[in-house]
Design a protein around this ligand. Structure first.
Ligand code: NAP
Length: 265
């Protein structure tokens, strides 16, 4: 596995697009590490940014002119296209490292390669944790990345170091490989959580350890927005296969029970 190689990591000027739940969570650690942040978003997060000491831009051109070394895209999967397609890239002052953290990877890679000017580097990432699982630190939590188009190795190294220095398990893999594996793991977990939520499962005095774990799955997945869950399905081509496998498995299980019931009567 190759990593971005360079001498040493340094504090970065990072501009964040989409200052929602996940961006706010990431920015706390970035601020702690001494990076200089600024943000822009669809909604007005200026009050929160003021408390955090981060300049907040309502205007995308002014944000891009604010001399970022890294532009970190933290918008929802579903809104990526409408956020990046109209971006005035000519406002950028210098070649910049674009990084995305979307929970699907082929989709942002393809779209960003299409819209970014050729002199912009691109790193596609997926921190495999969030505000809940990462609330006590990032030690041993996985960080996936694909160096899609990297020329400034030192800058890429400094960005990746944000996660490696917190003790994350660093996983370099292709966006395609990520989407295959994430459909079988993260998407399946979220789907089961959403199904349990539709069933209104609630704790009872008789709960087994197994049920408590299931309940935790429900509780943690519904904390994420429905936009996020929809994005996992709509923009990961491997998720459809998983949904089909899940339906087939339910049918197969029901058939087996039916057969057993018939043979025991
Ligand atoms: P999310 O619902 O996926 O995204 C919320 C963000 O998207 C907010 O910044 C919101 O902006 C922006 N947004 C939504 N619709 C928009 C639109 N029509 N136009 C412009 N911006 C729009 O929730 P999230 O948990 O914060 O996730 C953000 C990104 O991080 C997603 O791509 C997600 O896949 C990824 N991610 C999340 C987690 C996690 O644990 N939550 C972990 C890893 C990766 P405003 O706030 O300004 O309205």
């Amino acid at each position: 596995m190759s990593t971005c190689s360079s001498s040493s990591a340094r504090p970065l000027k990072i501009g964040i697009i989409g200052f929602g739940n996940f961006a706010q969570f990431l920015s706390k650690t970035m601020i702690k590490q001494g990076h200089s942040l600024r943000a822009t978003s669809r909604s007005d997060h200026s009050q929160l940014c003021k408390q955090l000491g981060i300049p907040f831009y309502r205007d995308m051109s002014a944000f891009l002119e604010s001399d970022n070394e890294v532009v970190l895209i933290c918008t929802s999967i579903l809104s990526l296209s409408q956020v990046v397609k109209p971006m005035p890239f000519n406002s950028l002052k210098r070649p910049t490292l674009f990084v995305d953290v979307l929970s699907v990877k082929e989709f942002p890679r393809d779209l960003l390669l299409q819209v970014l000017p050729e002199n912009m580097d691109l790193l596609c990432t997926h921190p495999m944790f969030g505000p809940e699982s990462g609330k006590h630190g990032w030690q041993d939590l996985s960080f996936m990345y694909d160096r899609v188009r990297i020329r400034d190795e030192a800058l890429c190294y400094s960005f990746i170091h944000i996660f490696s220095s917190e003790g994350c398990r660093m996983l370099e893999m292709s966006c395609e490989e990520h989407d295959k594996l994430a459909a079988r793991t993260q998407f399946l977990t979220h789907t089961i959580g959403r199904i349990l939520s539709e069933m209104d499962v609630e704790p009872t005095p008789l709960d087994t350890k197994g049920f408590q774990k299931l309940f935790e799955v429900k509780e943690s997945t519904v904390k994420d927005s429905f936009d996020l869950f929809s994005g996992l399905f709509i923009h990961n081509r491997f998720a459809r296969q998983q949904m089909q496998s899940l339906e087939e498995a339910l049918e197969k299980t029901k058939r087996k029970l039916q057969e057993r019931m018939e043979s025991s009567t």
